[in-house]
Design a protein around this ligand. Structure first.
Ligand SMILES: Cc1cc2nc3c(=O)[nH]c(=O)nc-3n(C[C@H](O)[C@H](O)[C@H](O)COP(=O)(O)OP(=O)(O)OC[C@H]3O[C@@H](n4cnc5c(N)ncnc54)[C@H](O)[C@@H]3O)c2cc1C
Length: 442
């Protein structure tokens, strides 16, 4: 079969993109290195264990399936509406998990593999791809564990420093969950008129208790392949804290130049948060990258004054992760601006999670199908979960501090006015459904 588009990587994103294109009537070549013979470069990633397409490398959960008050549940619903293969197979292979959508991982992967194998428009080629094709439409969906030779090629095509190798991530907090009666906006030494940071003050006792919590908190154990040296500038906070009780007060928790408006003095220590998206709904805790277990992070970080009710859009973590600086490099339909025949999809674009990776694969597939059919496709509106996630990746996020991100309401245009949080979530999802309907009708 001569193909019309080449998809590299048969994970969550590549499988979904292949399905969307094939269903639209286009012939797809899908290259996957797992299961390839040795002379075709066959190899596993450090996390995959089978040669099944769309293998889930860690948990078996697609998270909440509540489409009324949860952003990931909403994106499930939107993907179902758009004929997602990943959601179809997830629903078929669902296992009991309360309000979450969890799957039998083997049945799920087998179902996706069977559907793609049986599709007359798809040819699955078991091979490792080491070079980016020079011409013809391509979707790169090789994930966070892209094989090294291709990763080098991508680095060359995007500019060497644009391909980020990232080991530690810091938590991100929803702005509306920060207590601004305790925290205050200021820049250190109040330079100019800018008040760029949210500052959370700590007394000596609070700081010492926090330090002890960091030392004693339960840490995630890592597989051997994740045991890479830390970059000094991206060191987990508990590793820095272990160097001495005052290390953090001379580092990310430095109080100098920050007058607390309630006392007129510098606190004993300060936790700073920096804006993380253009609309200011999300803020990251500066220097707080960590490998503490998630429950431990929530418990400990809520002891920080001002963050006692913090809701986290993303918690910290530590694993090897390859992704590109998408907000700078990709256009609104996921094409590499420098080489528009190449689209990127999945976690390599800087989204985070199975569902998000498949969602971006779905959009990449649809954009490519529209282009092959000679029509332009308008991206979904930012009021939808698909549109909000895409918008974040392709422009809304700050390129210099861009980090992997799950879908969450902080990515949506804010709903303002005095409403209860539960009502506000419903307002987001209802607005999204209306917007998706209008977009589909158009
Ligand atoms: C260790 C780890 C644990 C994770 N745990 C979770 C979790 O529990 N829940 C969650 O929601 N998300 C998790 N993620 C994040 C992420 O959502 C998944 O990695 C997700 O699978 C990403 O989808 P993807 O399609 O972008 O990449 P993948 O699903 O990884 O698919 C990429 C595919 O490309 C293939 N490939 C790579 N290089 C080449 C090449 N040169 N030629 C041909 N094929 C190639 C790979 O073999 C793979 O099949 C985890 C990530 C990692 C690394």
């Amino acid at each position: 079969m001569t193909h019309q588009i080449h998809i590299i990587g048969g994970g969550l994103a590549g499988s979904e993109a292949a399905w969307q294109l094939a269903e639209a009537g286009f012939r797809v070549k899908l290259s996957e290195m797992r299961g390839a013979p040795v002379d075709k470069g066959g190899e596993m990633t450090p996390a995959h264990q089978t040669d099944g397409l769309a293998e889930l490398v860690c948990s078996n959960s697609f998270r909440s399936d509540d489409a009324d008050s949860n952003a990931v549940g909403l994106i499930h619903q939107e993907m179902r509406t758009l004929g997602s293969l990943i959601l179809r197979e997830a629903d078929i292979h669902k296992v009991p998990a309360g309000s979450a959508l969890a799957v039998d991982r083997d049945g799920f992967s087998a179902g996706v593999t069977a559907a793609l194998t049986a599709h007359p428009n798809i040819e699955i080629v078991r091979e490792r791809v080491d070079t980016l094709p020079d011409s013809g439409p391509v979707i790169v969906a090789t994930g966070p564990l892209t094989a090294p030779a291709l990763a080098d090629q991508i680095g060359g095509a995007t500019g060497k420093d644009a391909l980020a190798f990232f080991d530690a991530i810091a938590p991100i907090v929803h702005h509306d969950s920060i207590d601004m009666d305790v925290a205050w906006m200021a820049s250190r030494w109040d330079k100019g008129d800018t008040k760029d940071y949210i500052n959370c003050p700590m007394t000596r006792d609070e700081y010492l208790a926090f330090h002890t919590g960091l030392m004693e908190g339960e840490k995630t154990e890592f597989k051997e392949w994740e045991d890479v040296p830390y970059f000094e500038g991206c060191m987990p906070i508990e590793v820095a804290a272990a160097r001495g009780v005052d290390t953090l007060r001379y580092g990310p928790m430095k109080p100098v130049g920050l007058d607390d408006p309630r006392t007129g003095r510098w606190p004993y220590a300060v936790v700073q948060l920096r804006q993380d998206n253009a609309s200011g709904t999300l803020w990251n805790i500066v220097g707080f990258q960590t490998k503490l277990k998630h429950a431990e992070q929530v418990r400990l970080f809520r002891t920080i004054p001002g963050l006692q009710n913090a809701e986290f859009a993303r918690l910290g973590g530590l694993h090897r992760n390859t992704f590109i600086r998408s907000p700078e490099l990709l256009d609104a339909t996921l094409r590499l601006k420098a080489r528009p025949n190449i689209r990127f999809a999945g976690q390599i674009t800087g989204c985070e999670g199975y569902v998000e990776s498949a969602a971006i694969g779905l959009l990449a597939g649809r954009f490519a199908a529209a282009e092959l059919g000679g029509a332009a496709m308008t991206p979904p509106p930012v009021e939808t979960a698909l549109g909000a996630l895409l918008h974040h990746i392709t422009g809304a996020a700050v390129a210099e501090t861009y980090q992997p991100m799950n879908v969450n309401f902080g990515l949506f245009p804010p709903i303002t006015g005095r409403t209860k949080k539960a009502d506000r979530k419903k307002m987001y999802t209802e607005r999204a459904r209306t917007a998706l309907g209008v977009w589909l009708a158009a």
